[in-house]
Design a protein around this ligand. Structure first.
Ligand code: SF4
Length: 387
């Protein structure tokens, strides 16, 4: 998928609320204030390896990713940024911990900085980062998770010392600890007159992250970046992210999102983007490309009609498209026409041939089962040309 639609309204049957947040620019994008919810991902390459990083950034962007974060953990990584910037077009975010000098170095070549002001030491360091962000008009994301909690906050919420290490409470930190840290960091930036701020309060616990974002949403109007951290490999992450991010989006909370999958390879990273699309699509918040809905099939499926294969073939043949088209595939006539009525194109098996509906109207009634996929692909082409 090379581009996305920018529909941001819920379907008429399910008007979702949107929390009103202040607008913050990230490169050419505006985040918050009712703007489309944007999909973000992060590279897994060594940023100092510009060649590999450029390839992964561009592959993510090609898959539709709208904001890409890179770790900038060493001076060598910072020195690779000019080349990475020159060879990529998608908004970039420099992810920085502890060393404020890396933020100063990265600023001219990125569109956002992720840093927790409470972790970079002296107020002079914070002032320097704020001044640099102002110089280039960059926003800052405060990214809180349980590993980033300030020591005093961690202790107050149950951390204990063992063998020289600070260990979290057995039940994990509560949402309140994440929110306290986020608001403290917001306060530090506000103390320097800085308000182009976005916030995340990620946890690997879905209930904790959902509660944290809800609490935070009640206490500020900054745009929120949603995610479940350390969500695991693809299947687990998809489930945890769909529940956690989905629950918040249903509340109207969230301005950007990232599905985090434990994966290093580019093809796997792209799954983060795809799942992000699917979450927004499932909620009717944005539509992307060809969405195939199909019945689960059952013993009534007409003989010779293979709902699963047809759905998969249509998905694969149209994976490159960006214009939103909804296609329904139904295995028999019992519920088929009713279920397909909502779609732009509906295919309903009906005895020995299929019927095709267009926005609820029957347009063809004798399409051989083995010609269904090619006929639908032609009709998708036509719809695209009309739009
Ligand atoms: S549409 Fe027909 S084949 Fe598909 S699940 Fe429903 S009853 Fe079964």
């Amino acid at each position: 998928m090379t581009s996305t639609d920018h529909t941001n309204t819920a379907s008429p049957s399910l008007p979702l609320p949107r929390r009103k947040t202040r607008e913050v620019g990230i490169g050419p994008l505006v985040i918050g204030g009712g703007q489309p919810i944007r999909i973000q991902s992060m590279t897994a390459t060594d940023t100092a390896d510009a060649e590999a990083t450029v390839a992964q950034v561009n592959a993510l962007a090609e898959a539709g990713c709208e904001i890409v974060r890179l770790t900038v953990d060493t001076p060598k990584a910072a020195r690779a940024l000019p080349e990475i910037r020159r060879r990529t077009a998608v908004p970039l975010v420099a992810d920085i911990h502890f060393n404020h000098r890396l933020a100063l170095e990265a600023a001219p070549f990125v569109d956002k900085i992720r840093i927790n002001p409470g972790n970079i030491g002296a107020q002079t360091h914070v002032a320097a980062v704020v001044a640099r962000a102002d110089e280039f008009g960059l926003p800052i994301r405060i990214g809180v998770n349980q590993g980033s909690l300030e020591r005093d906050i961690a202790v107050r919420w149950g951390a204990h010392e063992a063998e020289g290490m600070l260990l979290p409470p057995e039940a994990g930190y509560p949402a309140e600890a994440l929110v306290e840290s986020a608001l403290r960091n917001v306060g530090i930036l506000e103390g320097h007159g800085f308000t182009r701020t976005l916030i995340s309060v990620k946890s690997s616990s879905v209930p904790v992250m959902v509660r944290a974002y809800r609490l935070l949403a009640d206490q500020c109007d900054y745009p929120l970046h949603l995610g479940v951290t350390e969500a695991g490999t693809k299947d687990n992450s998809n489930i945890k992210s769909s529940i956690g991010i989905g629950a918040l989006l249903l509340d109207g909370i969230g301005d950007t999102l990232r599905v985090s999958i434990a994966a290093r390879e580019t093809a796997q990273k792209i799954e983060e983007v795809r799942t992000g699309f699917k979450i927004l699509q499932a909620l009717g918040l944005r539509r992307f490309g060809v969405e195939v809905i199909s019945c689960p099939t059952c013993g009534r499926e007409d003989q010779g009609f293979d709902t699963t294969r047809i759905a998969l073939e249509i998905e694969r043949a149209n994976a490159h498209r960006s214009r939103p088209v909804k296609v329904a595939v139904m295995g028999c006539y019992v519920n088929g026409p009713g279920e397909a009525a909502d779609a732009d194109l509906g295919i309903v098996a009906s005895g020995r041939a299929a019927k095709i509906f267009r926005r609820g109207h029957l347009i063809e009634s004798q399409v051989p089962f083995d010609a269904v996929v090619s006929r639908i692909n032609q009709l998708i082409d036509e719809l695209e040309r009309e739009k």
